[in-house]
Write a protein that binds this ligand. Sequence first.
Ligand code: MG
Length: 371
Amino acid sequence: MVNDSRIIIHCDLDAFYAAVETLHHGFDEAIPLIIGSDPENGRGRGIVSTCNYAARKFGIRSAMAISEAWRRCPGAPYGSAIYIRGSRGLYSRASRKVMKILKQPAEFFEQASIDEAYLDVTEFVNQDWDAALALCRNLQDEVLESIGLSASFGIAPNRILAKMASEINKPRGIFRILPDELGEFFEGRDIREVPGIGKKRATQLYEWGISTIDELHTYGELSLSRITGERFAAWITRVYEGRTSSEISPLRSRKSIGKETTFNYDRDNYQEVLENLLSIVRRVMKSAREIGVSGRLAEVKIRYTGFETHTHGRSIPVAMNDDEVFTSLAEKLFANNVQTGKKIRLIGFRLGQLDTPTSKQTRLMSIIEEE
Ligand SMILES: [Mg+2]
């Protein structure tokens, strides 16, 4: 079994938003940092988006009321905690740099979110699980040294196990689950640690006296299916036996790529709006190429004064990711559909019906073979 399993790495950056802000502003890591809406000296009505580890020590969590966070850790002048709103541009820039590093050793790469990625490194490490461990140490050092961010890694024979493993020694952790150690790994492990088992499902299982994954398995798929339904029972059995997916593909995490701009005042200079649209298209195509996907559907979104919104789309027969193809498509879609006489509030572009550019790879492969 060891020989034919894939070696999947899941990388998850530690308290990513807080870490990026800390780095950018030169904050002290030991001081609680809370990113979210304005606390208004404890009277704020919004919520916490995220926070650093120092704040987590006080029990502050994502989605907690910002007033509750303030009660636990007040900011100036009542306390030393730092409250900020957060800045999206910073995060995507940092993320792009990290992904560039992670992508290098991966035969298949999938960015799952702004701070998470899956890598299939089976070929790169020549199916050697010790080499995979060493690789994670190197990647972890490189991300820390060149970008200043801390990351955790999980190594396992499939996606879900790799994701679970990356949580184990967080922050700055590395944890490996070998294919023949699954039983040992699941023993006594809380069912809530399985991504996909939510609060509701866990409560249901606790009520039946099942709280760990090995208990879940001991129960047996048939008996379990009477409690949870067949689908869940079959799925968790596959998880326990290590038979869930190890396929890493950018298409799993992405259905489309889109960007849009809201103007600071409504525009009726259509040439200017078109130029904005074309620069959005180029940014979308750049993301597509970075992620390693191409698309067949071009969609232009126009929102007029008063929120009236229209999307206009067109498909091409083969998935592509070239600037020229999509700028000219977007230009046509805009010119043919824009309602002159109305002012435009927002313009956007979306690349859909994504695909991996296999044709290009095939072409590249045949070039290499010819040489
Ligand atoms: Mg994270």
